[in-house]
Design a binder for this molecule. Structure first.
Ligand code: BEZ
Length: 170
């Protein structure tokens, strides 16, 4: 991390919904984390009365989560903090670039089990049924899942959790 800019690692909608300016974009990964549909969405893919389910990262020894790292000017974090305000907090991490293995310091957004919108684990059928039935101001929860699955395929990433839910929803 440095001067006027910092790296932010995207593992969910930040991969495909890039509504912010960036200086660099790199396929990258973080170690020790796995993607899970365990966070409630009150403001994008659901409502406070009927939350959707969106991804967060959960600590997992030995896991590697692939996504996209963006080098952004500090002002961009105000936008991202607002966009991801429903329970997510910035967390400092080491980010490894896929192209050359270089490691940089950066941040990612995590919604842990202490936040008010956290829903936690459930079986795949229950998760898929929940996602199939939810919708919010940003669109259907199903569309969120399918767009994420497509974006991961474009990165050459196979995430078994996302792939299983995608198969159940199709
Ligand atoms: C992400 O795509 O990295 C992301 C997902 C949820 C909240 C914030 C960021």
């Amino acid at each position: 991390m440095s001067g006027d800019s910092d790296w932010v690692f995207g593992y969910g909608s930040l991969i495909y919904k890039v509504d912010f300016p960036y200086l660099r974009r790199e396929v990258a990964s973080v170690s020790g984390w796995q993607r899970r549909f365990w966070q409630g969405s009150h403001d994008h893919r659901g409502t406070p009365e009927a939350p959707g389910r969106v991804v967060t990262l959960v600590p997992a020894a030995g896991a590697v989560c692939r996504g996209v790292a963006y080098l952004v000017e500090h002002a961009v974090f105000e936008h991202l903090d607002h966009r991801e305000k429903n329970g997510y907090r910035r967390h400092a991490v080491a980010i490894e670039m896929a192209a050359d293995g270089a490691s940089v310091r950066g941040v990612l957004y995590v919604a842990d089990e202490d936040n008010h919108a956290y829903l936690g684990p459930a079986g795949p059928e229950e998760l898929a049924a929940h996602i199939a039935g939810a919708t919010g101001p940003s669109g259907s929860n199903r569309d969120y899942l399918l767009r994420l699955a497509a974006a991961l395929r474009e990165l050459g990433e196979h995430d078994p959790h996302v792939a299983e839910l995608e198969a159940l929803l199709r």
